[in-house]
Design a protein around this ligand. Structure first.
Ligand SMILES: [Zn+2]
Length: 89
């Protein structure tokens, strides 16, 4: 099992394995104006309340899982743009 898996048909959603590998969290990168949200306890209890109070998207307000999902999304985007180039687009 890979650490980060895109959710088919839902470009902003990823399943991210916890660092112990025991759990997987659903991350949605589109939530909170692009900050992203996660189902882990750190996000739910520490980060979400700040975003609910109107905090702007910030690297500080992204848990490890959201950051992993962002790296995966960037890799997919770059791979897709490379494919576009090779097709002459
Ligand atoms: Zn998380």
């Amino acid at each position: 099992m890979t650490a980060v898996e895109p959710v088919p048909g839902s470009p902003s959603q990823f399943l991210v394995a916890s660092r112990t590998g025991a759990t997987r969290y659903l991350v949605d990168l589109a939530e909170y104006s692009g900050n992203g949200q996660c189902g882990c306890a750190h996000f739910e209890f520490r980060l979400r309340p700040e975003l609910e109070r109107g905090a702007r998207p910030s690297w500080r307000l992204r848990c490890w899982h959201i950051r992993e999902a962002l790296l995966c999304a960037a890799a997919l985007y770059l791979a897709a743009s490379r494919n576009e180039e090779s097709r002459g687009g």
